[in-house]
Design a protein around this ligand. Sequence first.
Ligand SMILES: Cc1ncc(C[n+]2csc(CCOP(=O)(O)OP(=O)(O)O)c2C)c(N)n1
Length: 332
Amino acid sequence: MSALATASISQEVTPDLANKLLYYMVMMRELEDRIELKLYRQGKILGGCYTGRGQEAIPTGSAILSRPDDYVCPSHRDMAAFLIRGMTPREILAQYLGRVSGPTGGRDGNMHMGCARRRILPIISSIGASIPVASGIALSMKYRDEPNIVFNYWGDGATSRGDWHEGINFATVQKLPIVYLCNNNLFAYSTPLDKQMAVENVADRAPAYNMPAEIVDGNDVLAVHAATARAVKHARNGDGPYLIECKTFRIGGHSAHDSADYVPDGMREEWSKKDPILRLQKEMVDREWASEQDFKQLRQGILDEISEAVDWALEQPYPDPATLEDNVYEVI
Ligand SMILES: Cc1ncc(C[n+]2csc(CCOP(=O)(O)OP(=O)(O)O)c2C)c(N)n1
């Protein structure tokens, strides 16, 4: 089975679900903006700073369908997946600010974070490396006869790595319960799609593994949600992995230091018109579920929540240098 289909908008969306989706997309946007456009520029965040501006619909529309005992393996563009799994803005900000109260206890200052209790695999910096690990997690679930599944996220660039092919091959042969979410944002750092793969779509790679795949508009959170619901049903049913290729665009640079001058003129402006947040808001207004005033209130509440979390995180201590050698296997 390898049908490439364009998902239609789910008719089963309720106002409650739409509000939840909107909350997480706006929280991701505003939290990342605070991190990149303020804290990073104030010199409070060191090292790389990666955001998923314009891609919020992908982690939101999919991770919202995860159950507490499922596992999520996010990429560096999937802040909403962390939020949906229960990681708080306070914890995330403490992580970025290198404080002891963050998920890595101040060992790292960006998105290389996870949480075993919430079943979030930490982001692995080496692109493509999460795919075999996701296979391993899913295999353990299968061995234990657990009814859980894995959500594994990555970009188009990851699909040209050997790890991707090995991990997918193993998962499909073993019929592992995995939903793959590809954010195809048309660039892997500065490399455009046609310079790193000879097929038009990432989904075109799926038939080689006898894996079902579909292509969706990654800027349409309802379409991502509907496709994920199909994929989840497939994976929970024991029918093996399922790939959803979400077509999108990275509105910012690869990371905060990147002005992305390699992006052709006009492309960013064109994609900005397809902003996933504005799109859901329009849908909600058209269905008479919310008004512009509601959106303003929601955003203000989120901004207040973030400001409170920033103040809290800035008061947290840095790790004690005496703990430097804790949690390492061997000190040479
Ligand atoms: C093996 C490896 N090569 C290079 C890098 C540096 N790097 C980090 S993210 C990235 C781009 C990845 O592109 P893609 O998988 O499409 O994800 P996107 O950043 O577009 O979401 C690169 C080249 C890395 N982390 N790992």
